[in-house]
Each structure stands twice: as C-alpha cells, then as structure tokens.
Design a protein around this ligand. Structure first.
Ligand SMILES: Cc1ncc(COP(=O)(O)O)c(C=O)c1O
Length: 369
C-alpha cells in the first residue's frame, strides 16, 4: 500500500469514527515563548528561592523512578493539609493540575440529561470538559461589570437543576471576586455540587476553604500553579469525604507522578516563600493597575488575581504590536461579547511590567503619528 493510500484510509476512518464535536475542535494552543516577556499564562514570574531549590534537588535525587508513585499521594496530602489549612474533617483529592480535577468532576456527574452550569465569561475548561463528557453546558452571562447576575443565576438553577455548578472565585478571565452573598445564595439554591475554583486564592482577600464543612454540596478546588509551581502540575479538591470518595473512583491510579509528590512534600515544608512571592505580586499588581489606568484609552477592571483585565480601543492591534515587540499577553477579543477589546495581562516582574507599559504607551500613541 502506498503512503498516500494509507493516509487516505486513516483520514476516512477518523471522519467516520471520531465524534463530530471533537472533529470541530482545535487542540489547546500554547504560544511559543522563547525569548519573550511572558505575561500570558498567569504564572508566578519568580523562581524558587535558592534554599528551597537546594531542598528540592536533594529530595528528587532520592525518588525511586523505577517504581510507580504512591497511588494515593499520601505524603503530598499530609504536606498540603498541614501547610494550607485544609479542614481536618474534609476529604482531599490530588489531581494532575486542577484541570484534571475539573474533568474528573464532570465525568462523575455526566449522567444522560445532566447539566453543567457556570457564569460566562469564565474559565473555558468548564465548557470544554462538559463537551468531552457529552454533557450539556449552560452559561449564565455575567453583568457588564462582570458581577454575578444573581437573579438570572438562581433562575437557571431552578430551570436546569444542574448536576454541577462551577464558580471561579476570583474569576478568570475577568479577575474579579463574586459577592459572597451571591455565592452563598447559589450554594443554598443548588441541589447539585457547587465547585468554587480558587485557583487565584493567594491574590484574593476571600476564600471558602475553611467553610467546606459548613456546606454538604461545596467543593473547593485549588492549584499550586499560580503560586510558583506550575511546572509540577498539582491541583487539589477539598469537599465532604463522600464526594471525594466518588471522584477518587474515576481518578487514574497514578495521576500524580512520583517527582511531583516528592516535590510537594519539600516545597511546602515552609510556606513563607509562597506568601512572600504572592505579596510581591500583589504590590506589583497595584503599581501595574495604576500605571495602566494612566494610559489614554485603557480601562482597567478591578482584580483580585495575578492578572489585570483591560479594555482598549483596538485589542487586536495592541496584541499584535506587543507580540512584535516580543511581549506575550492574552487577547480575549472575540471570546465573549462582554470581553470585546479586552486583554488579559499577567503581572510579571517589575522590569517586565515596565517593558509592557512602555510598549503600550508607544502603541497607544501610534495612530496619532
Ligand atoms: C480558574 C482556573 N481554574 C483552573 C485552572 C487550571 O489550573 P491548573 O490545571 O494549572 O491547576 C486555571 C488555569 O488558568 C484557572 O484559571
């Protein structure tokens, strides 16, 4: 058989067999970042402090790579519990990033007819994971100031009886924290699971983690990705033990690898470095917000995350202009009507933010030339 014939047969089989909704997707694209100022992925820009790095390399040397990892990640769980104030009586599950946990949660509730509900715009994986699980996704528009439309949300709960509701708290990509009263009303009205996704907890002034024992239908989702450890891929879910027991059945047996487990145990031995870096990012965020607000034609939205959402006159032009200057941010124009001409800028190191600010000032001045 010729190569061409083999390729044609493969294409034919794919067209017949793969679900049409999957065929219609594109794979998750990550921009090439070599040599660029990287302000597009909500990473912490600071490396590990030297003493933490030294502890880490010592611990990784001892990992038995030839063996499967501890299936339950018990050492890593102990480290998380003692470092991060996870309520004693609550169950805990580890994931390969919180992305994996979102997928597990959706697959556990994806009965025929089940609904996944979330505000929009919000984190895109809630919608994507519903699609992967052939489950209906219902989005409820936020208000133009990105606050929750409580009445519309409660009406959607009443109408759809969702199996699971996702609330990113603070929200990505808008950056704001929903009002506590709105979240409590949703928790009270929902007969399904309510996931409060606190990926950005370290940059916010509020959290539901300590309140997990108060609500039988609350699951708090977190990740180490935004606090300096995106590379190890570790997310965690905290909820009543009965919820965690069901989610645990769907988890792949060795979803968190041995290097990550060993790393978590030493990285969380002391959490001062995490709080110090988060505090530095918050300080820099305030400076960046004020400097952005001083630029002509830039509207800055309030944020409790490590990124700032702005609206400009022509997001595509600014985005391309920054890219040409090797500065990567996220262009949200076209994602959702409420995000028209919006850009999401991750808070970088002071020098990186300065480069961004001067490039933006240059680009804003351009049309007048
Ligand atoms: C709200 C929210 N949840 C979850 C995630 C996924 O994080 P990770 O899979 O890195 O833990 C992100 C990443 O951007 C996010 O913004």
């Amino acid at each position: 058989m010729t190569d061409g014939r083999r390729a044609a047969l493969a294409e034919d089989a794919v067209a017949r067999i793969v679900r049409p909704e999957i065929r219609a997707l594109s794979a998750y694209a990550v921009a090439k970042a070599e040599g660029c100022v990287k302000l597009d992925a909500m990473e912490n820009p600071y490396p590990l402090p030297e003493p933490v790095k030294a502890r880490l390399s010592e611990a990784l040397r001892r990992v038995a790579i030839n063996r499967y990892p501890d299936a339950g990640g018990e050492g890593a769980k102990r480290a998380l519990r003692s470092a991060l104030g996870i309520p004693e009586e609550s169950g805990l599950l580890l994931g390969n990033g919180s992305d994996e946990l979102i997928q597990i949660i959706v697959s556990v509730v994806a009965k025929p007819g089940a609904v996944v509900l979330a505000p929009e715009p919000s984190f895109v994986m809630y919608r994507m994971d519903a699609l992967y699980a052939s489950t209906r996704f219902v989005g409820v528009h936020l208000r133009p100031d990105f606050s929750l439309d409580r009445d519309a949300f409660l009406e959607a709960i009443e109408r759809e009886s969702p199996a699971v509701i996702f609330l990113a708290y603070p929200n990505n990509p808008t950056g704001n924290l929903f009002a506590d009263g709105d979240v409590e009303a949703i928790l009270g009205a929902s007969r399904g699971l309510v996931v409060i996704d606190e990926a950005y907890y370290a940059f916010a002034d509020a959290s539901f983690l300590a309140r997990v024992p108060e609500f039988p239908n609350l699951l708090v989702l977190r990740t180490l990705s935004k606090v300096g450890m995106a590379g190890i891929r570790l997310g965690y879910a905290v909820a009543a033990p009965v919820w965690i027991a069901e989610l645990n059945k769907v988890r792949q047996p060795y979803n968190v690898n041995a290097l990550t487990q060993a790393a978590v145990e030493v990285l969380l031995l002391d959490t001062d470095w995490i709080s110090e870096q988060a505090a530095a990012i918050r300080v820099e965020r305030t400076r960046l917000e004020s400097a952005l607000a001083r630029l002509p034609d830039v509207r800055v939205f309030p944020t409790q995350t490590n990124f700032v959402l702005v609206r400009v006159n022509d997001a595509d032009r600014i985005f391309e202009g920054l890219k040409a200057r090797r500065i990567l941010i996220k262009n949200l124009h076209g994602w959702h009507p409420l995000l028209a001409n919006c850009l999401r800028i991750t808070v970088g190191k002071p020098g990186e933010n300065d480069l961004l600010l001067s490039a933006l000032a240059e680009l804003e001045a351009e049309p007048a030339r």
